[in-house]
Write a protein that binds this ligand. Structure first.
Ligand code: CTP
Ligand code: CA
Length: 225
């Protein structure tokens, strides 16, 4: 059973949350992106604010209203999201990365609209910075929570990311489950930390967000007390 956190659980705590997709330009009119709706991240921002936290939400291009009581900063590309995160990370106690950051961006953004021709079009891409890994590696890193969307080997890949990125916690979801995850109002999460794991849901993203915020607060208190 999922439980909502008590109203003042995160009082005086500062949270930074990334949400939504990033958008990587190809030319002045085109981009590559992904199907992230931002719903999970926005639900977490809302749940954290309800639990009394001061929340900054850094959002890629999404179609969602700003959760009550949260400060929202809109960005487009992964590089802009990283810059905004680094500008706002300093006073934060907890960082939660729900954004579906594009792993690559075009090597060159064309100055002019790419014209069609009769030959194949080849684009080359370079790797984007890993925002979550960058934050977790900071000298005074906050309590860091990652997400992982996996289509296979969920536990193995998620635990790999927990260790590789030096995270405090990771919430994984199986993107092959019909009706859950991307774009849906429902999800199920398998949460891992260094000394434990727990599955949450299937449930609405609002219920899951409450349960995850309660779990994050518990582990944060364990680590800092
Ligand atoms: N993430 C990030 N910056 C990136 C890529 C990912 O901050 N450039 C964060 C996501 O917000 C998420 C976590 O890293 O919290 C895991 O993202 P995911 O795409 O599952 O993992 P990757 O490390 O990118 O590996 P892969 O896509 O190959 O599975
Ligand atoms: Ca990725």
């Amino acid at each position: 059973k999922l439980i909502a956190p008590p109203p003042l659980l995160l009082k005086n705590k500062k949270l930074l949350i990334t949400a939504g997709p990033t958008r990587e330009a190809l030319d002045p009119v085109r981009y590559i992106s992904n199907h992230s709706s931002g719903k999970m991240g926005f639900a977490l921002a809302q749940a954290a604010a309800r639990a009394g936290a001061e929340v900054t939400l850094i959002a890629g291009p999404v179609n969602l209203p700003t959760p009550a009581g949260c400060r929202r900063l809109d960005v487009e590309s992964a590089q802009q999201m990283l810059d905004s995160v680094l500008e706002n990370i300093a006073p934060c106690d907890i960082f939660i990365a729900t954004a579906a950051v594009a792993d690559y961006r075009a090597s060159i953004i064309a100055d002019n609209k790419i014209k069609k021709s009769d030959t194949e079009l080849t684009l080359t891409f370079v790797k984007n910075p890993d925002i979550l890994k960058t934050v977790a590696s900071l000298e005074s890193a906050p309590f860091t929570v990652g997400f992982a969307a996996e289509s296979q080997n969920l536990a193995e890949y998620a635990k790999g990311k927990l260790v590789n990125k030096k995270l405090d916690m990771i919430a994984a979801n199986d993107i092959t489950q019909p009706g859950l995850g991307f774009n849906s109002d429902h999800n199920a999460l398998q949460v891992f930390w260094n000394s434990g794991e727990r599955s949450l849901g299937p449930a609405t993203k609002t219920e899951l967000a409450d349960a995850l915020i309660a779990l994050v607060a518990t582990q944060y208190n364990n680590k800092t007390s």
